[in-house]
Design a protein around this ligand. Structure first.
Ligand code: DND
Ligand code: ATP
Ligand code: GLN
Length: 538
C-alpha cells in the first residue's frame, strides 16, 4: 500500500424500511458529517441503506424502481467531495440484485452485486434477488478497495476473489441482526477472512428495530494482523472515523458492556423503534406485580420516556394485595401513569352470561382464561380509545409451551421480551435495577404465579425454569430430538412433556404479536413450523 493516509467513515445508521426519501436524507447528512467534521475520504453505509433491510415484498411494488432511481439521483447531486458507498436494490433485465454502488462527485464509479444470498433463519434473500458473481474494486487515494455485502463475508470466496483481483483493503456493508453471542461470532468470521486474505477489513452495520429483528450496529475494523482497530458503540447511530495511516488502521474502541446490558439496550431500541415508527403515542401494559410485566414496563419507560407509558393494574379476587402493591411501586419508581381497573365485574358478567350454557360443569381452565381475557378486553379498549399500543408481556419459556391465554394475556401489538427465556428475564430485571431500583426485590425473588386460582404457582404445571429453559433451548433452538435431549441428562418424562407442549402450542405462536429476536432461533419469521402436523420423537 502507498503511504497517503486516508479517513474512512462508517455510517452506522438507523434506516426505516420503505422510507427511501428519509433514508436518503440520513445518508446525505452522514456523508456531509463524514466530509466536513471527520474530514473523511469515504463514507460507507449499510446493506440496502436506501430501502432498509429486509424490504421483503415491497421490492415487488411496481412504483419502487422509480423511487430508488430518484434516491440515487439525489445522492449523486447532494453528495460531493467524498466517496459514498450505498446499498440499494438494483433492478436490471427483469431481475433484482442486492447491490452496493460507489458514488463519487456525481458519478457511479463502481457497482457490486451480492453473491451469497442468505436463505436461512430470518433471511429470505433468494426470494427476491438474483446473485452477482464478480468482484468489485475501486480506487481511493491510490489504493484498491474491494467491496462485498453482508453474507459474502461469512464465506471465504468473495473476499479471496477481491484479493485475487488486487484489493488491498476490504469493505463489507451489512444488515446483520443481533442475537446473543453475535458480536463474537462476527469477530471470528472477520478474523478468518483476514487470516485467509491478509487484508484489513472494515465492517459497517445498521442499528434499530425492524419488526422481528433488531440491529445492534457493532461496526468494526480489523487490521491485517487480525487486531481490532475500531469497534462502534452498540445500538446507537453514529458516523465513525477509521484512519488508515502508514498502512495501519486506527480507530476508537468501545468498553464492552455485560451481556445483560447489551440485551436490555437492544430490547429498548427495538421497542422504541416499533412504537415510534408505527405512530403510537405511547404504550399500555397490564401491570400484575409479576416480573414479566415489571420488566416490560421498565423497557417501555426507558424506550419512550415515562410520560408515554401507562401501567394498568387489573386485580381479581385471586390477586394478592402484595401484587397490587408491587405493581403500584413499580409504576411509582418508573414515574409512569398508573390506573387500577378491577376485573371482578367484567368477569362476573361473563360468567353470569355463560351460566346457563355451563350448567352442570365445574369451573376449570375456562374461568381462568376468562380472567385473562377480561384483562385483554380492558387493555384493548384503552388502546382503542387513547391510541397507545398494548405491549404483551409473555416471555420465550411461556410462548414455547403455550403457557399464555389466546386473546387474553397474549393480546397486544408488540412483545418486547417474547424471545427472552424466563431465566434471562430475571437476569435482565436484576441488571435494570443496577441502573436505578425500579423492580421491587420481592418481585424478583418470589415464585412466579399467574394468579388465576388460589395459591397458583407456575411450578404446579411446569418444570422449574432452570430445567425448562435448557430443554427448550435444545428442542427449539438446536432442533434436538427427544432421545438426544434425554442423553444430555434431562429426565425423559419432563423432556417428553415439554416437547409435547411446544408441538401442541404452535397455533398460539402463529397468532402472537411480533417481538425482537435475541436468540439464535426465535419464534415467528425465523422458526417456521407447521401447525397441522403429526410428528413424534424426531
Ligand atoms: N390447533 C389449534 N388451532 C387453532 N386453535 C386451537 C388449536 N388448538 C386449540 N385451539 C383453540 O385454543 C383454545 C385453547 O387456548 P387458550 O384459550 O389460550 O387456553 P389454554 O391453552 O387451554 O389455556 C391457557 C394456558 O395458559 C396458562 N396461562 C394463562 C394465562 C397466563 C399465564 C401466565 O402465567 O402467564 C398462563 C394457563 O394456565 C393455561 O395453561 C381452544 O379452546 C381452541 O379454541
Ligand atoms: N392483576 C393484574 N393486573 C394487570 N395485569 C395483569 C394482572 N394479572 C395478569 N396481568 C397481565 O397478564 C400477564 C400475564 O400475567 P400472569 O400473572 O398470568 O403471568 P406471568 O407470566 O407470571 O407474568 P408476570 O410475571 O408479569 O405476572 C401479566 O404480565 C400482565 O400483563
Ligand atoms: N443480510 C445478510 O446477508 C446477513 C447474513 C449474515 N450471516 C448475518 O447475520 O450477519
Amino acid at each position: 500500500m502507498n503511504n497517503r493516509s486516508l479517513t474512512l467513515a462508517l455510517a452506522q445508521l438507523n434506516l426505516w424500511v420503505g422510507d427511501v426519501e428519509g433514508n436518503v436524507g440520513k445518508i446525505v447528512a452522514a456523508a456531509h458529517k463524514a466530509r466536513d467534521e471527520l474530514k473523511a475520504d469515504l463514507v460507507a453505509c449499510p446493506e440496502l441503506s436506501l430501502i432498509g433491510y429486509p424490504p421483503d415484498d415491497l421490492l415487488l411494488r411496481s412504483g419502487l424502481p422509480a423511487v430508488i432511481e430518484a434516491g440515487v439521483q439525489r445522492l449523486l447531486t447532494e453528495v460531493q467531495g467524498i466517496t459514498l458507498i450505498v446499498g440499494l436494490p438494483e433492478y436490471r433485465d427483469g431481475a433484482i440484485y442486492n447491490a452496493a454502488w460507489v458514488l463519487r462527485d456525481g458519478a457511479v464509479i463502481a457497482r457490486y452485486r451480492k453473491q451469497h444470498l442468505p436463505n436461512y433463519g430470518v433471511f429470505d434473500d433468494r426470494r427476491h434477488y438474483r446473485p452477482g458473481f464478480s468482484p468489485c474494486l475501486f480506487e481511493l487515494g491510490g489504493r484498491r478497495i474491494g467491496l462485498t455485502i453482508c453474507e459474502d463475508i461469512w464465506l471465504s470466496q468473495p473476499a479471496a476473489q477481491a484479493r485475487d483481483a488486487g484489493a488491498e483493503l476490504l469493505i463489507n456493508i451489512n444488515a446483520s441482526p443481533y442475537e446473543l453471542g453475535k458480536s463474537a461470532q462476527r469477530r471470528r468470521t472477520l478474523d478468518s477472512r483476514v487470516a485467509e486474505t491478509g487484508l484489513p477489513i472494515l465492517y459497517v452495520n445498521c442499528v434499530g428495530g425492524q419488526d422481528e429483528v433488531v440491529y445492534d450496529g457493532d461496526s468494526c475494523a480489523l487490521r491485517a494482523d487480525g487486531s481490532l482497530a475500531f469497534a462502534a458503540p452498540l445500538w446507537e447511530e453514529g458516523v465513525h472515523a477509521v484512519r488508515l495511516e502508514n498502512g495501519r488502521l486506527e480507530g476508537a474502541l468501545r468498553a464492552e458492556p455485560s451481556e445483560e446490558a447489551v440485551v436490555y439496550q437492544g430490547l429498548v431500541r427495538a421497542t422504541r423503534d416499533y412504537v415510534d415508527r408505527n405512530g403510537f403515542p405511547g404504550a399500555l401494559i397490564g401491570l400484575s406485580g409479576g416480573i414479566d410485566s415489571a420488566l416490560v414496563a421498565a423497557i417501555a419507560a426507558d424506550a419512550l420516556g415515562a410520560e408515554r407509558v401507562w401501567g394498568v393494574s387489573m386485580p381479581s379476587r385471586y390477586t394478592l394485595e402484595m401484587s397490587n402493591d408491587d405493581a403500584r411501586l413499580e409504576a411509582e419508581a418508573l414515574g409512569i401513569r398508573y390506573s387500577t381497573l378491577p376485573i371482578e365485574r367484567a368477569f362476573g358478567a361473563f360468567t353470569e352470561t355463560l351460566a346457563e350454557s355451563f350448567a352442570g360443569r365445574k369451573p376449570d381452565l375456562t374461568e381462568e382464561n376468562l380472567q385473562s381475557r377480561s384483562r385483554g378486553v380492558l387493555l384493548m379498549a384503552l388502546s382503542n380509545k387513547f391510541g397507545q399500543v398494548v405491549l404483551t408481556t409473555g416471555n420465550k419459556s411461556e410462548m414455547a409451551v403455550g403457557y399464555a391465554t389466546l386473546y387474553g394475556d397474549m393480546c397486544g401489538g408488540f412483545a418486547p421480551i417474547k424471545d427472552c427465556y424466563k431465566t434471562l428475564v430475571y437476569r435482565l430485571a436484576r441488571y435494570r435495577n443496577t441502573l436505578s431500583p425500579v423492580i421491587p426485590e420481592r418481585v424478583i425473588v418470589r415464585p412466579p404465579s399467574a394468579e388465576l386460582r388460589p395459591d397458583q404457582k407456575d411450578s404446579d404445571s411446569l418444570p422449574p425454569y432452570e430445567v425448562l429453559d435448557p430443554v427448550l433451548e435444545a428442542y427449539v433452538e438446536d432442533s434436538r430430538s427427544i432421545p438426544e435431549i434425554v442423553a444430555m441428562g434431562f429426565d425423559e418424562a419432563v423432556v417428553r412433556r415439554v416437547a409435547g407442549l411446544v408441538r401442541r402450542s404452535e397455533y398460539k405462536r402463529r397468532q402472537a404479536p411480533p417481538g425482537p429476536k435475541i436468540t439464535r432461533c426465535a419464534f415467528g419469521r425465523e422458526r417456521r413450523y407447521p401447525i397441522t402436523a403429526l410428528y413424534g420423537d424426531i
